[in-house]
Design a protein around this ligand. Structure first.
Ligand SMILES: *Cc1c(COP(=O)(O)O)cnc(C)c1O
Length: 469
């Protein structure tokens, strides 16, 4: 053997050095999060000097990792909107569960490849097991399957590909040319508009996403859906899928799931339920009834990284049609170690190389149980109910009637317009919330995303809103 140079120590330090740096992170990260919870929700750093510092990284002169780790934590501590701050009442980005963080650490260290079952049988089985449990809990039958995705968008995209392929198997080879008319699918006007990007990506085009009007309360108008279907058929389009949103991103409204299911069945269309954040209601025995009708779905999206509070990004796609998934994603190559139908993730999902995401929900669910997640969800709803009562008493108007932990509110007279008000609260650093529109009306959108927020945080939120007058 010739003498080989040592591996670069900066990339592959000794075990002792790794242990030292790991200990440093283990100590420092909780400290940073404790400081974050006491400080501003929004970035406080000076962007110009940060950019200058960043420009100094020319990657020619190596720097010690110690220093870089401290630098990274400090930049994130002062340079992001904090999802781990208990008064982040924002879009559904959670403070992650601790078991999910542990999962990331394990997965980062062992780096399993989940493209094939053969390379990571334990990991593939764990993910399939927890996804099946979620699918069953959501009401899908025992033969349902599921896998983790990068997020709700990938899961929804998978649903559309399944619907197109089932509607016309020749779509796989010929694309949209296989259809006698333009393929179309139905979403509510208040659905998550990643659907437009998805329509673009699948090649059927953005115009194929038929936005069905809402009923004045932010839910799909089922009669308008029926009219849209018959009008589209009359002009030669080919409907392929109805999507019901179970918990709109904006206002937490649930489309009429039973009626959408009946219409889809009648029209022989794929029925997809996008429960990206509302889907966590399945954990609560008291609350899951709100999702009645979801069990008829051909496929379901639930984001583990929203109300199940895993680290990002961790979506889930579940379907009762394992064979359709295979027909969408199958491919064979000579270099892969196996090609097992229904089992190898690279032939049943959109990704190829695949991170072990499922461990995040597996560990969280295994140590908290459905009961623990049920308590988590119910607690968020109770805190929002308390806020609703408090603001109602102060003359605010509640514009949505959601069963989830989100309020869309309109300030009483004397307040500035919604955008100004929200900007003032955010600038104060006391809380983060969004300005949104519901049924054409400007609203302040407040969503409880942090599992450890307390009544004191709600009290401070009310104070921050009042101070923005
Ligand atoms: C968040 C959300 C999505 C998009 O999911 P990502 O995980 O952000 O890709 C889709 N639909 C609904 C209803 C959502 O709330």
């Amino acid at each position: 053997m010739t003498d080989h140079p040592h591996p670069p120590a900066a990339l592959f330090p000794t075990r002792a050095e790794r242990a030292r740096l790991d200990d440093f992170l283990t100590r420092e990260l909780p400290r940073a999060n404790a400081r974050i919870a006491q400080g501003s929700v929004v970035p406080t750093f000076d962007l110009a000097s940060f950019k200058q510092e960043l420009a100094g990284f020319d990657f020619c002169t190596p720097r010690p990792l110690d220093e870089l780790l401290s630098w990274s934590i400090a930049q994130l501590e002062h340079g992001i909107v904090h999802m781990t701050h208990p008064r982040y009442f924002g879009l559904f980005n959670p403070a992650p569960t601790f078991p999910a963080e542990c999962a990331d650490r394990i997965v980062g260290a062992l780096n399993p490849q989940l493209a094939t079952w053969t390379t990571a049988p334990a990991a593939v089985e764990i993910e399939a097991h927890v996804l099946k449990a979620v699918a069953l809990r959501a009401g899908l039958p025992a033969n349902a399957v599921g896998h983790c995705t990068s997020g709700g968008s990938e899961a929804n995209s998978t649903a559309l590909l399944c619907a197109l392929t089932r509607a016309n198997p020749r779509f796989a080879i010929e694309g949209t040319r296989a259809f006698a008319g333009t393929p179309v699918f139905y979403i509510s006007a208040d659905s998550h508009l990643a659907w437009l990007k998805i329509a673009h990506q699948t090649g059927i085009g953005r115009a194929a996403a038929h936005l069905v009007p809402t009923d004045g309360r932010g839910q799909m108008d089922a009669d308008a859906l029926l009219s849209a279907l018959s009008e589209d058929r009359a002009r030669g389009c080919v409907p392929v899928m109805i999507v019901a949103t179970a918990g709109t991103t904006n206002a937490g409204m649930i489309d009429p799931l039973e009626r959408c299911a009946a219409i889809a069945r009648e029209a022989a269309l794929w029925y997809h339920v996008d429960a990206a954040w509302g889907g966590a209601l399945i954990a609560s025995d008291r609350r899951r009834g709100a999702l009645a009708g979801m069990e008829h779905a051909d496929s379901i999206t639930i984001d583990a990284h929203k109300w199940f509070a895993t680290t990002m990004g961790c979506g889930m796609f579940m379907t009762r049609h394992a064979n359709i998934l295979s027909s969408v994603f199958h491919v064979s190559t000579t270099f892969m170690p196996s090609n097992i139908v229904h089992l190898d993730p690279y032939v049943t999902t959109a990704q190829w190389s695949r991170r072990f995401l499922g461990l995040r929900l597996f560990l969280s669910l295994a140590c908290a149980g459905w009961q623990g997640y049920g308590d988590h969800v119910e607690r968020s709803i109770a805190l929002m109910a308390a806020l609703k009562e408090e603001l109602g008493a102060r003359g605010w108007t509640i514009a949505n009637d959601s069963q989830l932990a989100v309020l869309c509110i309109v300030p009483p007279p004397g307040y500035p317009d919604v955008r100004t008000l929200v900007n003032r609260v955010i600038a104060s650093g006391h809380a983060w919330m969004a300005a949104a529109k519901l049924e054409g009306r400007d609203v302040v959108r407040i969503c409880l995303t942090h599992g450890e927020a307390t009544p004191q945080d709600i009290f401070e939120l009310v104070g921050a809103l009042s101070a923005a007058m």
